[in-house]
Design a protein around this ligand. Sequence first.
Ligand SMILES: *Cc1c(COP(=O)(O)O)cnc(C)c1O
Length: 382
Amino acid sequence: MDNEVHQAFETLAIHAGQEPDPATGAVVPPIYQVSTYKQDGIGGLRGGYEYSRSANPTRTALEVCLAEIEGGARGLAFASGLAAEDALLRTVCRPGDHVIIPGDAYGGTYRLFAKVAAPWGVEFDPVPLGDIAAVRAAVRPETRLIWVETPTNPLLGIADIAALAGIAREAGALLAVDNTFASPYLQQPLHLGADVVIHSTTKYVGGHSDVVGGALIAADAALGERLAFNQNAMGAVAGPFDAWLTLRGIKTLAVRMDRHCANAERIVEMLQRHPAVGQVLYPGLPDHPGHDVAAKQMKAFGGMVSFRMESEEAAVRVCERTKLFTLGESLGGVESLIEHPGRMTHASAAGSPLEVPADLVRLSVGIEDAGDLVRDLERALS
Ligand SMILES: *Cc1c(COP(=O)(O)O)cnc(C)c1O
């Protein structure tokens, strides 16, 4: 795609990395379901392809598109979000290094640090990232990486990406942002000073609950090259069909996110008025502690909503009584989901500093009719 003229997000999402196929004119990149490629004499590669762990044309199309929509130099697609996180961690950290992670990080990220990275010799500290002074105080000479999630899963905490990028720069550390909850349509961490963006593309980027995948997008080519070397050396790449599904999901990301956000606002309005509901956690609410930062760094406030009930039993009951909101883990798909983080997605954080409140309910608000969604929740709450 000719990018000399700057193109808008919506255009890049549909066209970046996706020139019509030169052989047939197919307007969508084919699924290159292939492991190896004929060489025209030893080393005579066509387009650089020799073996699909190293590179595959369908994955390349996705990787180019991801880099363009996040505004980075290099995009890399992995078999899952955690595979991407692991590749990043082992590329930039060595035993003896130190990492600052969010005080309410995604449970799987916490488990990766606590059960895999720590035994390997990488130390880490969970720090509330909304507290800039606390982050600055946690920095050590060995701090190699500040790991940000914003909004966080499931408490919807907000961190100031530009401010944290400043701290990372002063410390000689890298700033990594897990942009899964916002998606690149709502938030562009690389433009705010981050060095690398992480995605579970399983969620909003893929958007249809039909594929598990992950991505890293590096701001500069040198870091991108180191990550790409390890992507091949470690091997947890996205397969061609998974890459194709993810690329197909990205085409509608902008319109889906607009609807996710609008529907979430309608649900938040209802929850706030409902007598059975306690605190509603949504960065779009003016009394949310991260509201001003979110308003500054996000285009809108997203489709994830959490709320507290008066007891664990009440929270579990709501989760089991909705019909349209499907009881299930994961998030970011077109269909609405409801879950109890304490017993489901974040059960692995039980007993750790990252344990979540037992009365918490998390919603992934889908793109169905807002009225139908509101009525379903009201019925479950009554
Ligand atoms: C789901 C998720 C991950 C992990 O991604 P997988 O694709 O499940 O491996 C990482 N970060 C966040 C914020 C997530 O929601």
